[in-house]
Structure formats: C-alpha cells, structure tokens
Write a protein that binds this ligand. Structure first.
Ligand SMILES: [Cu+2]
Length: 200
C-alpha cells in the first residue's frame, strides 16, 4: 500500500481505498456547530512538540444574513479573513474567546473591506453580528496533530493515526459536552465512544 508514515516504521492503520482507521461517536452538534475530536500524543508537556502552524489564511464570509462557513477549525497562528459579500447589507463581526468569555474584537464589516485577525490562543471562539442576532458562527483553534469534526449526529472518523497512547478531547460549543480522556490506539480498526461524559 502506498502510505508513507511520517514517524518511521510501517503504517498499518487504515486500508487501501481510504477506509477510516478509527470511527467513533461524539456529542451531537449544538445549534448547527459540530463537536470536534482531537487526538494528541500523551507525552510529558516538556517533551511535546510545538503546535503545528499554518500560514494559510481562511475566509469566514457574511452572505444572505449568515456566516459562511458557520464553523471552522484552525491552527494557532493562523489568520481568518472576515469578509462581507452581501450586495446590500451592513454587518459587524464580534468575536468572543470562550475560555475566558472575553471579547477579542468587534469591528464593522463593509463590502470590499475585509478584516484580518491572527489567532494564537487555542480554544473555542464565538462569532456574532450585533445588527442581526440570528447570525452566529464559531471556530476552534487547536494545535492537536489529529483533528476531526463530527457530523450533526456525532459520528466521526480519523484516518491513519499511528498506534500509541493519546489524549482524546471532545470540544463542543456547549461546555457540558466537552470531555477529555486517555485512549490507547492499536494498529487495527477501532471504534471510540466519546459521546458520554469524561468518565464514560
Ligand atoms: Cu449582520
């Protein structure tokens, strides 16, 4: 099979044809915002590699009285371009950092004048428009090497995670649905039930 393992050794997880190595269940999406599952190697903090960062700017647009996309996952140090693509509507962009419930910025967004912001702090962020209370979105900043968003009913997949001991974290816009546990992944197909609480 034509799989290159980045850590050396033989990669046995996954199969030709793209069958996922790991499937699982996480909490349902809340208000259209999916749960996100991250896997990070369970190693002492001082031995952990630094977060992976991406130079790619991603776009969160405002169109038809909504944010598009309504949810993003980015890496620490990555920039989001906030854009207003309406033909005739004014909006603003208010971004709250959920771990401290603090405002990151609140700017007006006019057509043709994008606003760029680089996010370094890991965690969840909530995006709203003060003018239109029905408009909201969210994004998650994470340096975890393996990240996947669950679908609306909580199903998720990972492909090609090397065997090892990982900290599996579940993020949700709803704090009560967040959890963290240690999982041991083998080299074969595996199902993770992360839908319950931290001890379930
Ligand atoms: Cu608006």
């Amino acid at each position: 099979m034509a799989v290159s393992a980045c850590g050396g050794g033989v990669e046995q997880a996954g199969e030709p044809g793209g069958r996922p190595a790991i499937t699982g269940t996480a909490p349902l999406a809340v208000r259209g915002i999916p749960s996100v599952v991250t896997l990070a190697p369970d190693v002492p903090a001082n031995a952990a590699p630094g977060p992976v960062t991406s130079a790619d700017t991603v776009v969160m647009d405002q169109f038809a009285m909504a944010f598009f996309p309504g949810f993003l996952v980015i890496q620490p140090g990555q920039t989001i371009e906030f854009r207003n693509s309406e033909t005739d509507a004014a909006h603003n962009v208010r971004v709250q950092y959920l771990p401290t419930d603090s405002m990151v910025f609140n700017v007006g967004s006019a057509q043709g004048i994008p606003y760029y912001h680089t996010f370094d702090q890991p965690g969840g962020y909530y995006v709203t428009c003060d003018i239109h209370p029905a408009m909201d979105a969210a994004f998650l900043v994470t340096g975890a090497p393996f990240v996947t968003a669950a679908d609306s009913v909580g199903a998720f997949t990972f492909a090609e995670v090397p065997p090892g001991v990982y900290v599996a974290r579940v993020w949700s816009i709803e704090p009560e649905l967040r959890s963290e546990r240690t999982v041991t992944l083998g080299s074969g197909f595996q199902h993770l039930d992360l839908a319950g609480g931290p001890t379930g």
